[in-house]
Design a protein around this ligand. Sequence first.
Ligand code: NAD
Ligand code: UDP
Ligand code: UDP
Length: 361
Amino acid sequence: EKKASIEYMSRIGSAGGKIPLGLKRKVLRVVVTGGAGFVGSHLVDRLMARGDNVIVVDNFFTGRKENVMHHFSNPNFEMIRHDVVEPILLEVDQIYHLACPASPVHYKFNPVKTIISFFLGISIAQYCCLDICLTNVVGTLNMLGLAKRVGARFLLTSTSEVYGDPLQHPQVETYWGNVNPIGVRSCYDEGKRTAETLAMDYHRGANVEVRIARIFNTYGPRMCIDDGRVVSNFVAQALRKEPLTVYGDGKQTRSFQFVSDLVEGLMRLMEGEHVGPFNLGNPGEFTMLELAKVVQETIDPNAKIEFRPNTEDDPHKRKPDITKAKELLGWEPKVALRQGLPLMVKDFRQRVFGDQKQESS
Ligand code: NAD
Ligand code: UDP
Ligand code: UDP
């Protein structure tokens, strides 16, 4: 393990840590899978600003070209349309592995997947799960194989969902979780748990330098408008003058992190000397009713609330314990929900009303 780390550091040189005064930082070749998505595109912005050579690998399932288009004319930037379930050969120093279908809601509207699922004789929901599992397992395996071949450092974006419906609160990295292996959310939860297993096996067995982040609910500009996540739903609903849909009694909690805080955490983790896993999230905990109130205050105090039945296996509580990230990465979130939400609303306002203009023309 030490040998792999020394080899990696000698190749990366000053780019791997703090740069002594007067020395120039080596330009890194960085691949970001899922880089056209919400989190990935913000990460790409930071890496490009740092002067790295960035390759985005994305199949545009849930990502959008618009999220990275502003880099197209920069020679340091490359975009490859590719499904990570298929092998790929690249020569890079770092791999940020974010590719993962974010939400099955999308596939309801994808005619190709609807047809394929028809021919396979399975429901669209089954097909979505297959897709999520395949990307998490085979996609992660391919990226680990790539890291092994070229000696790159590999960062996995895992999730707080590995804790399932947690019996420990707040969640510490040493908690093994409470996941239903046969439930409707399992393809995502178990897929990410398997991805963590693979990463640790490649680390122990093949000396791959891995880093694991467990990301808690994140929001911000460029989030998908209609993928069914709660912050994007509430913001889009309030802007469209529709009622905010609160599932269940609305007393379940989540902790919401602004995307710039997450990106800072991911980069510190990649550059640091610790494998993890690390919780990356904002410890500020809100019930869904409290979140609805913040959205009302930010967008429309008259927005109505409508209760809907909750989804199966919905975690009751979620809040990260970030002691480990604070101590070992020197990281903690800076942007509170009431500060971050207006920044997201500005972006959503443009996209929601822009879309409507296009539809009506
Ligand atoms: P996103 O859907 O915006 O981004 C995912 C990207 O991966 C998209 O651009 C999509 O097109 C791409 N992709 C999906 N399957 C692919 C495949 N097979 N091959 C190539 N590209 C593929 O989602 P996000 O919110 O930006 O999430 C990024 C990562 O962070 C994901 O791994 C997600 O599981 C993890 N995460 C996010 C959150 C959150 O709250 N946003 C929380 C926990 C974990
Ligand atoms: N792989 C890849 N790019 C590479 C190296 C490997 O996509 O540059 C894929 C490879 O096709 C395989 C996976 O990563 O499916 C795991 O590779 P590894 O070398 O660990 O396993 P092996 O190929 O020996 O089974
Ligand atoms: N939720 C809600 N209304 C919505 C969408 C989601 O009340 O329109 C609830 C959902 O039941 C869950 C919480 O918000 O309790 C967070 O859901 P999300 O899908 O955003 O994230 P995750 O469940 O993956 O943490």
